[in-house]
Write a protein that binds this ligand. Structure first.
Ligand code: NCD
Length: 326
């Protein structure tokens, strides 16, 4: 794997390889000393043009636990705010010897531009681009579902027979898009629920079932219910009457939470608007995977950086025996 730009072009086998390596990484994270020497001497640059807390620190933790050097570059306060182009920034990183660039950008397609431009030789990981994709979020979500559902027997398994319902601001959500492609590749059944104004226009071409009524979707007893944040910063028009009305019709409130199967999982990529799309009771319950998702995010990002930077399969194998206990 040279780059990780999206899940739309990720094959089932490549996705399973990432999830399985992430299982190995997760095992190493249970040890007292969590740091592995695998990426010693490699440099990972976190290039963040958009605000982020958990994704940036998750990539940082992942790179550091593999012993890579990490440079955090956030656009605020940098020359980017003085008008420096993506090309100039990229060429600067190249000159500094970056081996991987983790990029978050407000423009859909920016990571692909970086990967295909010829400006850099580094591997590129998309950490969220506009409303397009957020592949590592989808991978950590799939990892979380698989681990909860299959416990100790999750390695090598896809998500056939698992139903996942994604609720909320689908229109602006790169998390939803990456999840739809990945879950479909892994054999899961996906249902999308949103107000008609927050459902993408081209959704009929997606491999999903579309429902506008959350109660109907909950009555179908999904294995996982993924609540999305209402992305007010991306809304330049009125997509729903009031927050109260949104919450009443599409929020996971106490009543709806009670109707879920006891073994259904409640997911959220964070940051949550408690009381809007998800009630505090649901977010903090034993059925909630919110904190597992954060923990698993580090393992999944370790796997991605490892597969990108630790060389081709042959070279990796010797390495693997040394650092990853199977
Ligand atoms: C998501 C994002 O930035 O796309 N958050 C994240 O990566 N943890 C979802 C969101 O912002 O709602």
């Amino acid at each position: 794997m040279r780059h990780l730009l999206d899940t739309k072009t990720l094959s089932r086998d490549d996705a399973l390889e990432i999830l399985d390596v992430a299982e190995d990484m997760a095992d190493t994270q249970l040890r007292e000393v969590k740091k592995l020497p695998t990426l010693r001497g490699k440099t990972v640059v976190n290039l963040f043009f958009e605000d982020s807390t958990r994704t940036r620190i998750s990539f940082e933790a992942a790179a550091k636990r593999l012993s890579a050097d990490v440079i955090n570059f956030s656009a605020k306060g940098s020359s980017v705010s003085k008008g420096e182009s993506l090309q100039d920034t990229a060429q600067t990183l190249q000159a500094m010897g970056a081996d991987a660039v983790v990029i978050r950008h407000g423009a859909s397609g920016a990571p692909r531009t970086l990967a295909t431009s010829g400006w850099i030789t580094a591997g590129v990981v998309n950490a969220g681009d506009g409303t397009h994709e957020h592949p590592t979020q989808a991978l950590l979500d799939a990892f979380t579902i698989r681990k909860r559902r299959f416990a100790g027997e999750s390695r090598g398994r896809d998500l056939s027979g698992i139903s996942v319902t994604i609720v909320g601001d689908i229109l602006h959500s790169r998390v939803a898009r990456s999840n739809v492609w990945l879950l479909d590749a892994l054999g899961a059944e996906v249902t999308l629920v949103a107000p008609p104004t927050l459902m993408p226009h081209d959704v009929s071409a997606w491999p999903v079932r579309v429902v506008y009524d959350l109660d109907e979707a909950i009555a179908a007893e999904p294995d996982a219910l993924m609540m999305l944040r209402i992305q007010l910063e991306r809304m330049h028009a009125a997509y729903f009457p009031t927050e109260r009305e949104y919450s009443r019709r599409w929020g996971l409130d106490a009543r709806r939470f009670e109707l879920l199967r006891p073994d259904s999982m409640v997911m959220h990529p964070g940051p949550m608007n408690r009381g809007l799309e998800i009630s505090a009771d649901a977010a903090d319950s034993a059925r909630s995977t919110v904190l597992d998702q954060v923990t698993n995010g580090v393992s999944v990002r370790m796997a991605v950086l490892y597969l990108l930077l630790a060389g081709e399969r042959g070279a990796r194998q010797t390495n693997e025996e040394e650092v990853v206990v199977r």
